[in-house]
Design a binder for this molecule. Structure first.
Ligand code: 4GX
Length: 275
């Protein structure tokens, strides 16, 4: 995978190339990474890359000529690449989009600053517009780094374990299960016993249960459009029964004094407390 980043701040990317998994991917030739300084394509005497907006108003706009020249130059050195503009107007990045991007031979990532780039660039030279979320950054650089990071770790062989990326949270659209490491007791809290049992089948079951219940508690939206398999339905049903058991075990409030007041506001008319 070839990443070419177009930016007026190429040095911002140095820490990305120099640390962790991305550095290792570069060292192992799994990705190639380069930046192109848009300013180098501005031929004006003062090499200014922005200008005032037609129609007036505050803020500046990136001039079309240097951005276009930088994109055309990048395309020449990466013919099959797709060109992406980072912008809040783009389609929102998620894990399945990252999986789609990893199958492309290369990405040219265009980072705008100020109010954005001249509209005529978007129509001419951009294949996709991507947003990393509904908030406003000061430039596309951090968004480009997020994409490079998320895509790089999906390249086969980049992560340590053979199937680390497949076991990710979101691959099965569930959150990750809870993780523990030594010590066995930390500030009085024990590691769940099953994880130390060596019983791999039981551990798998516990982890699925952990994933499922965390997703239910923290991100119900992820469960909405996802079919449940038989094992997952069993797990959720067991939780339903446990929750009902707790509700049923509550002492009957107002028992022996069924006259009005204390029963008011109960949506179930006390049904759950009946034998
Ligand atoms: N996800 N920004 C880009 C300037 C800009 C505006 C329009 C091109 C077109 C952002 C995001 C983001 C702020 C980066 C505005 N460039 N990018 N910049 N959220 O907020 O990707």
């Amino acid at each position: 995978m070839k990443f070419i980043v177009l930016t007026i701040f190429p040095d911002m990317f140095n820490p990305l190339w120099e640390y962790g998994i991305v550095k290792r991917a570069i060292d192992q030739n799994k990705i190639s990474a380069s930046t192109v300084n848009i300013r180098d394509f501005e031929k004006g005497r003062h090499r200014v890359t922005d200008d005032r907006p037609y129609g007036g108003g505050s803020g500046m706009v990136m001039k079309p000529e240097p951005v276009a020249a930088a994109i055309r130059s990048a395309k020449k050195s990466a013919l099959a690449s797709k060109t992406i503009l980072l912008t809040p107007q783009g389609r929102r990045l998620d894990h399945s989009m990252a999986r789609g991007l990893v199958s492309l031979p290369g990405l040219i990532l265009v980072c705008g600053r100020y109010e954005g780039v001249d509209e005529r660039i978007c129509q001419e030279l951009i294949d996709y517009e991507i947003s990393i979320g509904d908030y406003v950054l000061t430039g596309g650089e951090l968004a480009a780094m997020v994409i490079i990071d998320a895509v790089t770790r999906l390249i086969p062989g980049v992560l340590g374990g053979a199937d680390s990326a497949e076991k990710d949270s979101f691959s099965g659209s569930l959150l990750e299960y809870a993780h523990y490491t030594r010590p066995q007791t930390y500030e009085g809290t024990e590691v769940p016993e099953v994880l130390m049992s060596g019983n791999h089948k039981e551990i798998e079951k516990w982890r699925l249960e952990s994933s499922l219940i965390r997703t239910f508690l923290k991100r119900q939206d992820l469960l909405q459009n996802r079919p449940l398999d038989r094992q997952e339905i069993e797990i959720l049903k067991k939780w339903c029964l446990d929750i009902e058991r707790i509700i049923h075990a509550q002492p009957l409030r107002g028992a022996g004094a069924l006259s009005g007041g204390q029963q008011a506001g109960r949506h179930n008319n006390g049904r759950h407390n009946e034998p």
